[in-house]
Structure formats: structure tokens, C-alpha cells
Design a protein around this ligand. Structure first.
Ligand SMILES: [Zn+2]
Length: 103
């Protein structure tokens, strides 16, 4: 069995903890998205475009397009558009897990 590679990481409480490298790799698209948003915000004087945000999230795999032929449910945004078939845009499994784990 291989030893797990861990990376020293600073927590919000300024403590150094060892985080498995595979965990950091899993969160990398979220960090890339945050950096892209910060950069875009600076170049667009904080006037971010919703379409740009959605496209960037999809590009990084944070949102995934799922082909559907009918509404997923009353609370899903695809139901608002009404035209089917269409692609339903959903959180990736990693984003869903991160949202659930959020304090
Ligand atoms: Zn849907």
C-alpha cells in the first residue's frame, strides 16, 4: 500500500494541517473558478455577467449539462424554460458535496 501524500494547509483559524493531496486536487476547479471570478471582477469593475459566470462554471466542470426530455421537478430551473428536450444545468457531484459540507 502506498503512503498517502499530504500537503500542509493553513486553516481559517491559522493552524497548519495536513490535507490529502487527492482532496486538494478534487477542490482545484473551485479554486480556479474563484480566481477567474476575482480576475473578471477586477477587469469588469465588479460588473460580472451571469452568462459568463455560468459558462466559466461549466467550463471548469462545476456545473454539468444533463440532457432531459421533461422537467426534473417543480423546483428545477429547467422547468421554467418549458421547451424540451433541453440540457438541465446541475451542480457537479463535487460541488453538491462541498455545499453539503459547508458550515
Ligand atoms: Zn432540471
Amino acid at each position: 500500500m502506498h503512503a498517502m501524500t499530504c500537503i500542509p494547509t493553513i486553516t481559517d483559524e491559522h493552524q497548519v494541517v495536513l490535507v490529502p493531496a487527492v482532496e486538494l486536487q478534487r477542490l482545484r476547479p473551485l479554486a480556479q473558478f474563484a480566481l477567474a471570478v476575482l480576475e473578471e471582477s477586477r477587469s469588469e469593475l465588479a460588473d460580472l455577467d451571469g452568462g459568463w459566470l455560468q459558462d466559466k462554471a461549466a467550463e471548469l466542470g462545476l456545473l454539468v449539462r444533463v440532457p432531459v426530455t421533461e422537467p426534473c421537478g417543480d423546483e428545477c430551473r429547467c422547468a421554467e424554460y418549458g421547451a424540451f428536450p433541453q440540457d438541465c444545468l446541475r451542480y457537479s457531484a463535487e460541488v453538491s458535496a462541498a455545499l453539503k459540507a459547508r458550515p
